[in-house]
Design a protein around this ligand. Sequence first.
Ligand SMILES: C[S@@+](CC[C@H](N)C(=O)[O-])C[C@H]1O[C@@H](n2cnc3c(N)ncnc32)[C@H](O)[C@@H]1O
Length: 241
Amino acid sequence: MTIPTEISVSYDLTNSIFDAIAGRYDRTNTLISLGFDRLWQRKLVQEVQKVSHNRILDLACGTGQLTRKLGELEGAMVTGLDPSVNMLSVAKRGIEGKANIDYCEGYAESLPFPDNSFEVITISYGIRNFADREASFRQALRVLRPGGYIFVLEFSLKGGSGAQFAFQRFYIHNLLPLLGWLSTGEKRSYRYLRDSVESFPSPGDICHQMAGIGFINVEHVRLVPGVAVLFTGQKENDDRF
Ligand SMILES: C[S@@+](CC[C@H](N)C(=O)[O-])C[C@H]1O[C@@H](n2cnc3c(N)ncnc32)[C@H](O)[C@@H]1O
């Protein structure tokens, strides 16, 4: 596996957090999101379906829940990448007999693929965990084919206002770590989840960062009930390719 820089505290930390909860990750996700996680992923898949998607890279694929859904799209060859050995081992169990899905171990900050390899890149609930978001976006832009799309699903509380967001803030701060702990027995992982969601930048800041790196047509939409955001960006078409 390629490690982006020397192994830093933050790479070790996220790996150990996800390794610890891999076996119960999917079930707990559905519980703590009250089932919305699947609806949000379905919306992402619908958007992917609208564009050319023969070669898809699912970054931070975890246990492969989204990877498998992408693999159901007609003509799609999907690669899932994640650094957590335990998350990947759960993912690999779910693809027996599916020749159009493969998995590899790696970091978003240092992708082991040639330039212009994929028509679509997806990142679902992954980007807030990346140690170096800027480097990851640069790598994603590098391996996307000209004209290709990136779809990023992530939680963002910043920039949201009103009673609806006050409740979601309360839920994420107080109830989410409790439910995660009860479901997995892992206190640290779900405190980490709470802290990483609370500190994630506003959608506007993420769009600004993506555009600054070179993505075009950058947009975002908040998905009901508001805490989940779907970001879209495109790599410029280049006649040289
Ligand atoms: C919350 S899980 C999301 C998993 C999956 N995409 C989903 O939708 O359920 C976050 C994943 O990000 C992965 N991750 C953390 N740091 C990463 C990095 N630097 N590069 C790629 N993946 C990373 C973790 O191992 C974990 O599997």
